[in-house]
Design a protein around this ligand. Sequence first.
Ligand SMILES: *[C@@H]1O[C@H](CO)[C@@H](O)[C@H](O)[C@H]1NC(C)=O
Length: 215
Amino acid sequence: MANILRLASLSVFFFFIIYSPLFSNALSDCNGPCRDLNDCSGQLICIDGKCNDDPDVGTHICRGSSPSPPTGNCQPSGSLQCQGQIYPTYKWSPPVTSSTKAKLTNNDFSQGGAGGGPSECDEQYHSNSERIVALSTGWYNGGSRCEKMIRIKASNGKNVTAKVVDECDSMRGCDEEHAYQPPCKNNIVDASDAVWSALELNKDVGIVDVTWSMA
Ligand SMILES: *[C@@H]1O[C@H](CO)[C@@H](O)[C@H](O)[C@H]1NC(C)=O
């Protein structure tokens, strides 16, 4: 019995020897290890054991340095209740290829429009005559695709390039910032009127299957 106790306390001791240096240093920067937000520098918060931008603060300090998603892990990561309905939330989207399958939806990027707050990339509202899109959270990838062009192809043979300006939030929704809409699915290209008309699609259809790639 005494031996077992000694063994147990030894392993606890070694656990601290091994793991404490991880946390005893100064505050962690982007992707650095953390247990809670006190371990992260500045406005960063602790997400899944790593310091990252706080979506509620909307900073892009860690833009482009977020870890790449484990491929194939596009399962719902949680759920959100919205006006009595339960919606899945998604942290990741399917991998981006030269022909990424997506659902095209229509978004209003203008101030006072049905799209909610200003665009995530530049904190600005946009005219719906610009060829612009919002991408699901996984594809938005913490802002790494902001201001980049993507090419969208419709099954009618038409294609168009459009600029990424916003996130179609797959993790949050049902609040003022998201115009009280439920969270997005993880495979959404939410496009302006200009994108729909360039593809010669009728936005009143609501949702159309398309493919996209980085332009
Ligand atoms: C996009 O459409 C143009 C015609 O508008 C065509 O010439 C071009 O080959 C298409 N590009 C792709 C990648 O499908």
